[in-house]
Design a protein around this ligand. Structure first.
Ligand SMILES: [Zn+2]
Length: 382
């Protein structure tokens, strides 16, 4: 039996063990709340019992005994990952099949900004900021994108004023062959095979490639788009929204998250998990959206598991791993494009808390040069 199969079996028996604990004690989570997507977890004592059971099944009486696997990163760093994450409790409590997925990261163009704008304490020099996107390979649903980066469509849309202002303020570098569709094709993934694209938020550098995926449906938080569509002309440009980047039949293919896909996460389940709700994007528990508003209204990140452990695609809640690791948010000037700086600060803090509480979680920011260096294209597997 492979390690993963064994792990899955353990997870399945742990989850059935916890439901029998609930049955015996009379569930504190009512059937009403269960049908509304509340994770069926009750008093902390029961959670602890369930954990003990889990640990005992692994033949140990200490949680710290979880085996540690060391993997070598291709560069200078050495990452440490546990083959079992405390975050797995979340998936076990949700109790759906939650298959592990494969994750690949690509870049689709870049822009430049003075470093001090992007990170506190940064230098005056101009730095290259990649626009990353991810391809999630789901065992049943096939390849799914998380955002798209830039495409040549961006230049067409920013030729006339006032949209040209976007290009003037944010110098973009993009060459033929760098679009999401072309990157995927070069990696053996035909763009027509993409049936779903999860959109973190509707800034131009995340949606410029949507036109190139005519078969795809678009999954996103409703507020992320509605807040942008209320803006017109220069007000839209100031918020980073170029309506012409949305395909003409966008509304026909739009699949905003449904209210029934919300799952409440009780604090007792994972006290150090900073989100009190997740959204089950596909309905099988594999992709869990978390709310990271502030940089844009309705921005989401995507929490998932690969065979190497959990990962969070955090979009623009931080612009680099250094930012959340070293508590260096972007400058106040970067706040100009943000509709809600207070919410941004909360989302940024949530990333820092996640990083500290769950060091085995790989957090990937959409514009992180380190993530591009380590993981983009044929970098380290995720
Ligand atoms: Zn953005």
């Amino acid at each position: 039996m492979s390690k993963i199969e064994k792990e899955r079996q353990t997870a399945a028996s742990a989850s059935s063990a916890s439901s029998s604990v609930r049955g015996a004690s009379g569930s504190a989570a009512s059937s009403d709340s269960a049908s509304a997507g509340r994770v069926p977890v009750e008093r902390e004592t029961n959670v602890q019992q369930s954990n003990e059971r889990e640990v005992n099944e692994k033949g140990s009486n200490k949680r710290e005994d979880a085996r540690i696997v060391r993997i070598e990163d291709p560069q200078t760093e050495t990452a440490t990952k546990r083959d079992r994450s405390e975050l797995d409790r979340l998936w076990e409590a949700i109790g759906r099949s939650a298959p592990r997925v494969k994750l690949r990261v690509f870049s689709a163009g870049s822009c430049t900004h003075p470093e001090w704008v992007t990170i506190r304490g940064g230098s005056l020099r101009s730095v290259r900021i990649p626009a990353l996107f991810a391809c999630i390979e789901h065992p049943q649903a096939g390849p799914i994108l998380f955002d798209t980066g830039y495409s040549d469509r961006f230049f067409r849309e920013t030729d006339p004023f006032p949209d040209r202002l976007y290009r003037m303020v944010t110098p973009v570098r993009f060459e033929a062959g760098q679009s999401a569709a072309e990157r995927l094709r070069a990696s053996g993934i035909p763009p027509e095979s993409i049936r779903q694209i999860v959109v973190s938020h509707f800034h131009a550098d995340h949606v410029a490639g949507l036109h190139d995926f005519p078969q795809a449906e678009f999954l996103y938080e409703r507020e992320a788009l509605e807040s942008m569509r209320r803006l017109r002309g220069i007000r839209a440009v100031k918020r980073g929204f170029l309506p012409g980047l949305l395909p003409g039949d966008f509304d026909r293919r739009a699949r905003p998250f449904a209210p029934e896909s919300r799952i409440e996460v009780p604090e007792a389940l994972l006290p150090r998990f900073p989100f009190r709700r997740v959204t089950d994007v596909l309905g099988d528990g594999s992709l869990l959206a978390v709310d990271l508003p502030g940089h844009a209204y309705g921005q989401i990140g995507l929490l998932l598991r690969t065979e190497r452990g959990p990962a969070l695609l955090c979009a623009d809640a931080a612009w680099s791993a250094a930012a959340y690791r070293e508590n260096r948010p972007p400058s106040a000037l970067a706040g100009i494009i943000m509709p809600d700086r207070r919410a941004y600060a909360d989302s940024f803090r949530a990333l820092r808390e996640l990083h500290e509480a769950f060091p085995e979680l790989t957090i990937l920011a959409s514009h992180c040069p380190e993530a591009e260096r380590l993981y983009a294209a044929e970098g380290a597997p995720l």
